[in-house]
Design a protein around this ligand. Structure first.
Ligand SMILES: Cc1ncc(COP(=O)(O)O)c(C=O)c1O
Length: 462
């Protein structure tokens, strides 16, 4: 064994104690830590022949990077849709690294990590009040979950047209309908060879809405003249968390032949609250659903799940099976995650989710969701009542979309200055053709004090 590795092996307890101290200090600094940095970092391009050992490496890391790591898991980072990490999720995530399992099969590989994943999927179905007719698994993010679901949808569409796309490739012009797909769904269509230009855009409800116009959807379906299609629907949209009307779509599904996918990356968490679960009414009729865990479940990156109806199991296996590896067994008999999703080797991604679900339960997630929505409403009330800002869309759940009311001033410039001050972070967007700002609140730590700090910051610049 390499001498330095051997020393590190012997000193592992001391090393982990040092890491523990650094991690604890970071977590305890989150309320006050900068949400952005403009520090330059000098990039090193040579690797020394002799290693430093883990403890000295940690020291170098601290000197070079640790102070300028921003609080993206903190309470006022409202950019993109960035969750935090609950204490229990951090514990699970650390252990997933330490255990370093390759989570694959239930039997045959001699480890139980896939059973932990299967149990976690059951807990999540229960959290979302979804039936166990869905099979699920963990992937790296909602992009990969959308990809996984749409890949199985593509196989279904092929079968309707008498083709096995997994074997033959995309040899048909597939019909995809959507009103406001997230960019990752469009990216998935390009990765799947369907083509990102091949979405038939359905109108949205008139006014400042991003949800699908059901009448226009009916018109588009009529125009397809009984051709099978795939519908990508939203729960909710990334700018304004607008929800398509799933009750209406479920009724359409009874009479029309389509694969129904719901991107519920963060809106799916509306199911945790009796106050908001109506937004998802009838979503269980979908064929596939995407939910991101590194958003509102507040587990660390990279974590998302797909749910796909078990009646599509054969299509899913056709899409992802490792058919040239006889040592992996028959995918229909020997359950193995690598025949159900894009990755072959995979870490025990379920463990942080398992820990946080067990630690906080349904009530914990109801509290997190309802608190984030209440904080969003506080921020929206301020924006609505202040002359300097204009709310661009109703607040459906946990995002606020707004701009400066004086259109001679640049909203982008305002945002740049706001983010540079590093007390709060938001993202630029375009809504209905307007340059806008969006804040998405999905962090378990955010409280009234954070909203007050953000408002003070906004006022001092406006
Ligand atoms: C609705 C929606 N779908 C998909 C994604 C992509 O998620 P990820 O970045 O985890 O791949 C996002 C990210 O914000 C999203 O909001």
């Amino acid at each position: 064994m390499n001498k330095i590795l051997k020393e590190d092996k012997n000193e592992i307890e001391y090393l982990l104690k040092s890491v523990n101290k650094l991690a604890t200090d970071f977590i305890q600094s989150l309320d006050d830590r900068a949400t952005s940095t403009n520090h330059e970092v000098e990039i090193t391009s040579t690797l020394a022949s002799q290693g430093l050992g883990a403890q000295t490496t940690l020291k170098h890391f601290v000197e070079k990077f640790s102070d300028i790591i921003v609080a993206s898991s903190g309470p006022r980072y409202w950019g993109f849709v960035t969750g935090g990490a609950t204490p229990a999720a951090i514990a699970g995530d650390w252990l997933a690294t330490v255990y370093d399992q390759n989570t694959q099969s239930i039997k045959g590989q001699g480890d139980i990590s896939a059973l932990i994943e299967i149990e976690t999927i059951q807990l999540l179905l229960d959290l979302f009040n979804l039936p166990d007719s869905f099979l699920g698994g963990f992937v790296t993010g909602a992009t990969m979950s959308n990809y996984t679901c749409l890949a199985v949808g593509r196989q279904w569409l092929g079968k309707q047209l008498g083709k096995d796309i997994a074997k033959q490739g995309v040899c048909e012009n597939l019909k995809i309908l959507s009103a406001t797909p997230h960019s990752s769904a469009i990216k998935s269509l390009s990765m799947l060879g369907i083509g990102s230009n091949n979405i038939i855009k359905v109108k949205t409800i008139k006014g400042n809405r991003e949800a699908i116009d059901i009448d226009d959807l009916k018109q588009q379906i009529k125009r397809l003249n009984n051709q099978p299609f795939m519908l990508i629907s939203s729960a909710g949209t990334v700018n304004t968390v607008d929800f398509d009307n799933f009750e209406e779509i479920a009724i359409l599904k009874q009479d029309h032949n389509f694969w129904w996918h719901i991107d519920a990356a963060f809106g799916g968490f509306a199911a945790c609250s009796p106050q908001y679960k109506h937004l998802l009414k009838d979503w269980e009729s979908a064929d596939s659903i995407t939910v991101d865990c590194h958003k509102w479940l507040n587990v660390p990156y990279e974590s998302a799940i797909y749910f796909i109806k078990d009646r599509h199991k054969t299509l899913q296996i056709e899409t992802f099976q490792n058919s040239n590896a006889p040592y992996l067994g028959d995918p229909m008999d020997d359950f193995n995650y690598l025949n159900f999703l894009p990755e072959n080797s995979r870490r025990l991604k379920a463990l942080p989710a398992w820990f946080t679900l067990k630690a906080y339960g349904k009530q914990g997630y109801r509290d997190i969701v309802e608190n984030c929505v209440a904080m969003t409403q506080l921020l929206a009330e301020f924006i609505n009542s202040n002359e300097h800002f204009e709310l661009l869309a109703p607040v459906h759940l946990n995002t606020v979309c707004f701009r400066l009311s004086d259109t001679s001033k640049s909203t982008n410039e305002f945002l740049e200055r706001l983010n540079k001050r590093a007390k709060v972070f938001m993202t630029a967007t375009v809504f209905n053709g307007d340059t806008a700002i969006r804040a998405a609140l999905v962090n378990w730590r955010t409280n009234k004090k954070d909203i007050e700090i953000a408002i003070d910051e906004m006022l001092s610049l406006a």
